[in-house]
Structures are given as structure tokens and as C-alpha cells.
Write a protein that binds this ligand. Sequence first.
Ligand code: DC
Length: 199
Amino acid sequence: MARPARVFTVAIDGPAAAGKGTVARALAARFGLGHLDTGLLYRAVAAKGGDPVAAARDLVAADLERDDLRTLAAGQAASRVAVIPQVRAALVAFQRRFARREGGAVLDGRDIGTVICPEAEVKLYVTASPEVRAHRRWLELGGDEAEVLAEVLARDARDIGRAAAPLAAAADAVVLDTSVMTIDEAVAEAERIVGAALV
Ligand code: DC
């Protein structure tokens, strides 16, 4: 296994259910990097209820352990609090510290390569068509597939359309489109890119 440099950040962005979490976890395991799923921060802020700005400022590690953070509703609620600039601002320092931790880190989210870590050594943008992503979410969570697609499209619109740190590929990100490759192929390609950056 290649040894990570002391400080080495892999930034992974992309829309919901594109496979970025799977790619991030695989890279973390393969190269011994810390992994932060930044969507969990926004999910936890929304789940705390009350004033989202106060919830973001007071967020603690235990808030990320709740077992109700992975649902479609939690994702929608996260996307709503994520438009608030003061919520985003309250979460920046923690993410940047994690990104530059010793031993290296991989962070996945919406604005990692563009805003949180523009200096990341590797930037990936993992995407797929809305239909492919909705089908995957539906296989995971069940329910009505048309409704899942509507939720995916609504979340895309909010994440891409917001003024503060909208979802976008950094100009220097490598795009992995998992509608035309399997997740395994995307993981293999991501491992190749990170391995090459580490030598
Ligand atoms: O990755 P996820 O589905 O867990 O993210 C949930 C929501 O959180 C997403 O719709 C928008 C928001 N989010 C964000 O604005 N910035 C991030 N870096 C990560 C997530």
C-alpha cells in the first residue's frame, strides 16, 4: 500500500446517490486516510431542530451518531439548512482541520474541492444521471421510485441553485460518471488517480 504524505487531501464532490460515499470509503480503506462524510454534518444540524445556525455552532461528535440521519427526509432537511450561509460558515473550520489532519484525509460533499479545500491534492467529481441515482436510492430505501426521482431532482435543484457554495465540479476535478461505469470501475479509477498522486 502506498503511504500517504503527512498532509494529503482527497476532495470528492457530487450530487446525492452518485456513489461518492462508496468511492470515499474505498479510498480511505485502501490508502489509510481519515474519512469525513460532510453531508452527515448538515443532516445532523437539521435533525437537531430549533435554530439551525445555533445547531451548527453547537454541533458535537455525538450528534453524528444518531440513527435517523440516513433517510430521504433527513437528506431533504439537510439540503434546506445547507442554503443558510451562517450554517455553512459554522462548519468550515472543522472540515478544514479534518482535511489537513496528519496522515491524510478524504472528504465527500458538495463544496469540498471548490470552497472547503481548494488546495486538495486530488479532486474528484462523482456524478450519474438523476434516473440512475434515483434507481440506486430506491433499491436501498424502497418506496415509490417516481417519488424518489422527484426527491433527487428537488435536492439537485436546491444544491446546485443555492447562492452559498453551490454544488459544482472544481475546474481541476476529474469527473467520474457512474452512469457509464460501475461503482467498482469508479473505485478502481479513483484508486489509480490517488495512487499516482501519492508517489
Ligand atoms: O451527501 P448527503 O446526501 O448526505 O448531503 C445531504 C445534504 O447536505 C445535501 O443535499 C446538501 C448538503 N451538503 C452540503 O450542502 N455541502 C456538503 N459539503 C455536503 C452536504
